[in-house]
Design a protein around this ligand. Structure first.
Ligand SMILES: N[C@@H](CCC(=O)N[C@@H](CS)C(=O)NCC(=O)O)C(=O)O
Length: 228
């Protein structure tokens, strides 16, 4: 079966995209091992067939799917007999809430902390694009972001995760599922660029360690900025 995942890979083989990590974990959850194709910011022509310019892009047989949420839904619908990513319609709706919370709150809190190090890992030829596109989004230079990033603010922003993980091992309950992969993606961006960022005593850190161990240590095995 032809299953391919297009992802963003920067210098030192760093797979930095939180959205790609969501898709990689979701594929592993379904027992699928895609061929991984790394592109840089300057390699968007490679995914032009998908009709847009963002990763992840999944090619599953004849079907191309972009956007991490749409990829998760595709996997759930195409592989219903394999372990569920959502646990039914109610679970899917709540996973979507977690997805939106991660995009708007968790990734915003990580943005200023991880973007300067992502820039440093970007091949020189793509750095002007990276710098300009991030300035267009935020009005800030890479150097201003480096000044403004706050670990304290990140740790405060993830309080909903902390409160949940004090009560159970995974956001989805006793076992991990898509809501966990959503939140984990953000922390993988940090792991690839700056390190863990969490207090060792934080229940979120204990969960992150459990997530790193999943699927034979799939995420732990990747080259990263963190010494395990
Ligand atoms: N909503 C999309 C977001 C995808 C996205 O923004 N991907 C980033 C990687 S982190 C990207 O392709 N960036 C290319 C760029 O910034 O030029 C998803 O969930 O997959």
């Amino acid at each position: 079966m032809d299953v391919r995942l297009y992802e963003l890979v920067l210098n030192q083989g760093r797979s930095v995209s939180p959205f790609v990590w969501r898709a990689r974990m979701a594929l592993a959850h379904k027992g699928l091992t895609p061929e991984r194709i790394g592109i840089g910011y300057g390699g968007k022509h490679v995914i032009a067939f998908s009709g847009q310019d963002r990763v992840p892009v999944l090619v599953d047989g004849e079907t191309a799917v972009s956007d991490s949420w749409r990829i998760a839904c595709h996997l759930e619908e195409t592989y219903p007999d394999r372990p569920s990513l959502f646990g039914g319609d109610g679970g899917r709706a709540l996973a979507r809430l977690v997805n939106h919370w991660c995009d708007s709150q968790q990734l915003s809190a990580l943005f200023l902390l991880c973007t300067p190090a992502t820039y440093a890992l970007t091949p020189e030829a793509d750095q002007p694009y990276f710098r300009q596109s991030r300035f267009d989004w935020t009005g800030m230079s890479i150097e201003q972001m480096a000044e403004a990033g706050s670990v304290k603010k990140l740790r405060a922003a993830i309080e909903p995760l902390r409160l949940t993980l004090r009560e159970r091992d995974f956001l989805s309950g006793d076992a991990p599922a898509y809501a966990d992969y959503c939140a984990f993606g953000g922390f993988m961006w940090a792991r690839m660029t700056v390190g863990g960022l969490l207090d060792p005593a934080d229940p979120v850190e204990a969960w992150r360690q459990r997530m790193l161990d999943l699927f034979g240590g799939l995420a732990r095995a990747e080259p990263c900025a963190e010494a395990d």
